[in-house]
Write a protein that binds this ligand. Structure first.
Ligand SMILES: Cc1cc2nc3c(=O)[nH]c(=O)nc-3n(C[C@H](O)[C@H](O)[C@H](O)COP(=O)(O)OP(=O)(O)OC[C@H]3O[C@@H](n4cnc5c(N)ncnc54)[C@H](O)[C@@H]3O)c2cc1C
Length: 328
């Protein structure tokens, strides 16, 4: 019978590496299942592998390239004994202990391999939903973003017009945040009223810098490789009329999708598929011995630093729980 791990960490973004650092220093000899890189959501290193500028992670005075930052976090975790497999977990059985996890290998192979572990820390993140336009991908990090708090203060958007797509709470939040920096924020929404809560919608619409563009969809992001985004081609869904909206940024605010499909039926998830934590101060999930941290259980903040903090909590909780079980 194969060895039973003490703790397995699923995911290698800021939450996963921080959990690995703490679990490593606590002598849990954690195994990190980092993702196999087959798609964007399966990338070892997580979402920050797709950004060039992280300016709001403490410790980096001049900001840091996302890939460099993740390489540093990985090294720090490995220094304390974290082991890393670039694999993707496809299913789990949390019905009995030791827990069982099946993953496919890093070469994208279909063959499932079984792992057994006494405890699990889930840090699988949540991916931002984009519009799915080819031109949107082309201008990512060059004017297209899905996070106003991350990117809104960058020089490229200061005193410039920007567009936010969406009509829910997050679109209104993003728009309101961006209005601090941008000259004008176009709130592009396919309907004629916002879905956001009344109070938030009112606050946004009474902001003189926020201009709603109703009944409208974005069809293409316009720009060039030097300047980045220069505008968006939009279509009024009622009249069919197409126009160009000049802006230097496009922020997609159409929600996030937590990477939790493989947990369905095994753990309590909320209506939006985020992992439910049993206590707001802890990382306990609905299954004893299974802990979670980062964006996969945080529909609110979704920042690298909050994810790292939650990864830290999860590792400490896992260590204490293993000690209580007499496993350490
Ligand atoms: C373009 C971009 C720019 C951003 N810029 C900033 C910024 O400047 N500042 C900031 O604070 N935040 C920023 N964010 C947000 C930040 O990236 C996230 O809040 C943070 O990465 C969340 O960390 P996490 O560890 O929870 O998850 P993630 O970073 O999403 O990592 C999830 C990990 O889980 C793995 N995974 C998923 N499913 C499985 C599975 N089944 N099996 C194995 N592995 C799996 C993935 O491969 C990945 O390694 C940005 C996000 C994006 C997309």
């Amino acid at each position: 019978m194969a060895d039973i791990e003490k703790t397995v960490i699923i995911g290698s973004g800021p939450a996963g590496w921080t959990a690995a650092l703490y679990a490593g220093r606590a002598n849990l000899h954690p195994l990190v299942l980092a993702g196999d890189g087959l798609t964007r959501e399966r990338m070892p290193g997580g979402q920050l592998m797709f950004t060039t500028e992280v300016e709001n992670y403490p410790g980096f005075v001049d900001g840091v390239d996302g890939q460099k930052m993740m390489a540093v976090l990985q090294k720090q975790a490995e220094r304390f004994g974290a082991r890393v497999h670039n694999v993707f977990v496809v299913r789990v059985d949390f019905g009995a202990r030791p827990f069982r996890l099946w993953h496919v290998n890093e070469l994208g192979g279909e063959e499932e391999k079984l792992l057994q572990t006494q405890s699990v820390i889930i840090c699988t993140g949540a991916r931002a939903n984009y519009l799915g336009l080819e031109s949107e991908r082309r201008f990512e990090n060059n004017g297209v973003s899905a996070c106003a708090v991350c990117d809104g203060a960058l020089p490229r958007f200061r005193d410039q017009p920007v567009a936010v797509v969406g009509g829910g709470d997050s679109a209104v939040e993003e728009g309101t945040y961006l209005a601090k920096f941008a000259s004008v924020v176009y709130l592009v929404h396919r309907r004629s009223e916002l879905r956001a809560s009344k109070i938030m919608a009112q606050r946004a619409l009474s902001n003189p810098k926020i201009k709603p563009v109703w009944n409208t969809v974005v069809e293409e992001v316009l720009g060039n490789d030097n300047t980045g985004v220069t505008g968006v081609r939009i279509k009024n869904v009622q009249t069919g009329q197409r126009t160009t909206l000049e802006c230097r940024g496009l922020f997609a605010a159409i929600g996030h999708t937590p990477n939790t499909t493989f947990l369905e039926g095994q753990l309590e998830l909320n209506a939006k598929k985020y992992i439910v934590l049993k206590d707001p101060f802890r990382s306990w999930t609905s299954v004893e011995g299974v802990f979670a941290g980062g964006d996969c259980c945080d529909p609110v903040y979704r920042q690298a630093i909050t994810a790292a903090g939650m990864g830290c909590k999860a590792a400490i909780d896992a260590e204490r729980w293993l000690a209580e079980q007499g496993i350490l």
